[in-house]
Design a protein around this ligand. Structure first.
Ligand SMILES: Nc1ncnc2c1ncn2[C@@H]1O[C@H](COP(=O)(O)OP(=O)(O)OP(=O)(O)O)[C@@H](O)[C@H]1O
Ligand SMILES: [Mg+2]
Length: 365
């Protein structure tokens, strides 16, 4: 996949302008606070439907203006596509794909496929499990719509189940109501867990390999917190997980009623990263954690490529300043395999071919 152009109107500090990109590596160069991150944010918005910084839509509109617009023209294996998004002050979003209005965000996801890395992504390794579940959910949703629909369904049932657990009902009434919702929750949970396990199984060998290439000395391991029950039966994995979760839910029923929320399921699961057998979150240096986060994104490029038969676009915000020269060069060599947009305050020393885009005060110079 390749972006040809990004047109911005009243988007953050951009009044109006069009930026053209070339295949391969594109450096977006500029001093601090000129609009480099804002440009990547506009691309992420068109890919996922929201800001990577979790900003509210109206915060994206240029100060003093009524609406922001971004339009991206890009090439895919299926031909050239055009997506535009208008955000207005009332937090309304108007999205068009190839000039046709779409009404649901689920229709947007999966069109322009991107993998995004910023210094903030360190949270993927360092912070709470929710950040890692978000990584799984956003990554898988880019190529698996069924997974996205299952997630939406799961969250709906989860909310209903929690309302019962928290509600002002007798113990017996709660048990009776839960007996309707728990099997539905478990069935969707099993689908989500199995898809995540399959994804982790694909991601892990690629990540281990890239990690060794970049660090040269360390060994990375990745696992998902749910382990399949031990069995020789592999034909009906879903039933296996359903049976297992049914047992687990039965054993914690009283605890859940006492606590008033659902204690088990994919909304509580986690990914675990280890370097040389040590848990990354607790024992690894900042540099090691940053490298793992970056390796995960590079591996994700390969997993998505396998799924959709073409590479997504790699967006790297501020990544070079944090790496030593040899790691920078090894990273840049990976980046030549696909279209990569990298922001930096100064061009790095490199032998690779690249396109340079200079940004100053929300304008191309
Ligand atoms: N809604 C908005 N309207 C106008 N300007 C905005 C809006 N939101 C943010 N800005 C401004 O956009 C400017 C550029 O921000 P951006 O994060 O893109 O800078 P950058 O080039 O990535 O800088 P750095 O090198 O420090 O990361 C900031 O000075 C910020 O104040
Ligand atoms: Mg920035």
């Amino acid at each position: 996949m390749e972006i040809n152009s990004v047109k911005l109107n009243n988007f953050r500090n951009y009044a109006a302008g069009e930026i053209n990109f070339l295949p391969g590596v594109n450096f977006i160069v500029g001093q601090n606070a000129q609009g480099k991150t804002n440009l990547l944010e506009s691309i992420y918005l068109v890919s996922v439907g929201k800001s990577p910084k979790n900003s509210k839509d109206k915060q994206i509109i240029k100060f003093g203006e009524e609406r922001a617009r971004v339009e991206i023209v890009f090439n895919t294996l299926a031909g050239r596509k055009n997506i535009s998004i208008i955000l207005d002050k009332q937090n309304k979003k108007f999205i068009k794909i190839n000039n046709l209005n779409i009404l649901k965000l689920t229709e947007l996801v999966g069109n322009l496929s991107v993998v995004y890395f910023s210094p903030d992504e360190l949270k993927l390794v360092k912070e709470v499990p929710e950040d890692r579940r978000n990584f799984l959910d956003i990554s898988i949703s880019q190529f698996d719509k069924v997974y996205l629909y299952n997630l939406i369904k799961y969250n709906k049932i989860l909310k209903q189940r929690n309302t019962i657990l928290k509600g002002n009902f007798s113990y017996n009434s709660k048990v009776e109501q839960l007996s309707l919702f728990t099997p539905q929750l478990i069935s969707t949970a099993a689908d989500i867990i199995l898809t995540r396990l399959k994804f982790v199984e694909k991601l892990t060998p690629i990540a281990k390999d890239i990690h060794t290439q970049i660090t040269q000395t360390e060994t990375l391991d990745i696992s998902y917190s749910y382990t399949l029950p031990n069995t020789s039966e592999t034909s009906n994995l879903k039933q296996l997980v359903v049976d297992d979760l049914t047992k687990q839910f039965a054993s914690i029923l009283d605890k859940e009623i006492e606590l008033g929320y659902t204690c088990l399921g994919p909304h509580r699961d986690d990914l675990i990263f280890k370097i040389n057998n040590l848990d990354c979150r607790q024992f690894c240096s900042q540099g090691q954690q940053r490298t793992v986060a970056l390796v995960l994104k590079l591996s994700l490029m390969e997993v998505i490529k396998k799924e959709i038969k073409e590479y997504p676009i790699l967006l790297l915000d501020d990544v070079l300043s944090e790496l030593d020269d040899s790691r920078q060069n090894r990273l840049l060599n990976f980046c030549t395999n696909y279209q990569t947009l990298i922001t930096c305050t100064a061009l790095p020393q490199t032998d690779i071919n690249y396109n340079k885009i200079s940004i100053s005060n929300g304008k191309i110079v």
